[in-house]
Design a protein around this ligand. Structure first.
Ligand SMILES: NC(=O)C1=CN([C@@H]2O[C@H](COP(=O)(O)OP(=O)(O)OC[C@H]3O[C@@H](n4cnc5c(N)ncnc54)[C@H](OP(=O)(O)O)[C@@H]3O)[C@@H](O)[C@H]2O)C=CC1
Ligand SMILES: CC(C)(CO)C(=O)C(=O)O
Length: 305
């Protein structure tokens, strides 16, 4: 199969490398120091201290790649539109673009550029981090990419994609409902990211301090309530299940948004926390904890408008 991966950061590098190992034709759209590193040294994935390096095809111009079967859009949610707009050369009549972004807006942003018929919502479950240009570390988790059509209907292209993923060692179970999965991932990642960025604490500390634990659970409930008000079929017990899942993570866990904010890098604050506040307002569901975290963290990045 022909794949293009837009964004050779943590997620794009990890999945791209696995697909190359499985024999697929994978090209990366990258830029700047990352593009240079891919060309000079190839792509390295570090897993439990072992470093595997592959030679990759990389360009900053999608026209050099042309139409592919699947595009994996592995940029941050804030970068989706700018990255997809110049990538039209990748998209043929049958091309599907797979989203990987945390937050609930990746598919909507993607569809606004390529159209809903070309968009396959996806959810990544993995801890991966870009260590330096061209070098990514897999830190654990299932390493999965769950996908479904926008309507959750079965389709040949999704079945073929799941098989390609599974054959490449990328878990891709069939979700009951990909929107439930996206909102559930937000319940897992957004409250600890926001609270963790404000306090500087990892997940284990947030859970072990009774006051912060209550705030974390209440913020997780806010997201569930917004999802339900938007008509997403969230399973009974999802808040308790999310907290149990939080508890099963290594206590030192932090989220990528939290690490970005704490290091002063551009972050997904708007698509993660801001989106919950916006969707809550639209649905008439109060989200006071998200509103507070969002406003405080906006001040942190000196962007209080
Ligand atoms: N890291 C993780 O463990 C997980 C991340 N996610 C989600 O996956 C998404 C990607 O995250 P992650 O991989 O960590 O992010 P990274 O910042 O590591 O990777 C994004 C990459 O995209 C590149 N990029 C951005 N815009 C363009 C462009 N226009 N053309 C070419 N390349 C571009 C960036 O390059 P540059 O450096 O030049 O900006 C960077 O290399 C996020 O939404 C995140 O929330 C989901 C689950 C787990
Ligand atoms: C699951 C988790 C927390 C793994 O890094 C994540 O999605 C993120 O950091 O963005």
């Amino acid at each position: 199969m022909r794949f293009a991966v837009i964004g050779a950061g943590a997620v794009g590098s990890y999945f791209g490398a696995r697909l190359i190992d499985a024999g697929h034709d994978v090209s990366f759209v990258a830029r700047g120091a990352t593009l240079q590193a891919l060309r000079d040294k190839g792509l390295s994935i570090i897993t439990e201290g072992r470093r595997d390096t592959v030679t990759v095809q990389a360009t900053d111009d999608a026209a050099n790649i042309g139409n592919v079967d699947y595009v994996i859009s592995a940029v941050k949610a804030t970068q989706v539109i700018d990255a997809l707009e110049p990538a039209g050369a990748l998209i043929g009549s049958d091309t599907a673009v797979i989203t990987t972004q945390n937050g609930v807006d990746g598919p909507r942003l993607t569809a606004s550029v390529v159209g809903r018929e070309h968009t396959i919502p996806g959810v990544v479950k993995a801890y991966v981090a870009a260590r330096e240009p061209g070098v990514t570390e897999f830190r654990g988790g299932p390493g999965s990419l769950e996908v479904a059509e926008w309507t959750n209907e079965p389709s040949d292209r999704v079945t073929a994609l799941r098989k390609a993923f599974e054959d490449a060692g990328i878990g891709s179970p069939v979700p009951r409902d990909v929107w439930e999965l996206l909102w559930a991932k937000s319940m897992f990642v957004v409250p600890p990211g926001g609270l963790g960025a404000i306090t500087g604490l990892p997940l284990g500390e947030l859970l072990s301090r009774q006051g912060l634990r209550r705030v974390l659970i209440d913020a997780t409930t806010e997201i569930r309530d917004v999802a339900v008000a938007r008509g997403v079929d969230m399973p009974y017990g999802i808040v308790a299940d999310t907290v149990a899942f939080d508890e099963a993570q290594p206590p030192s866990s932090t989220t990528s948004m939290q690490r970005d904010i704490m290091s002063g890098r551009p972050s997904e604050l708007d698509p993660q926390l801001g989106a919950i506040v916006r969707y809550g307002r639209e649905a008439g569901v109060p989200t006071p904890l998200h509103e507070l975290m969002y406003e405080v963290l906006k001040l942190r990045r000196n962007d209080a408008q």
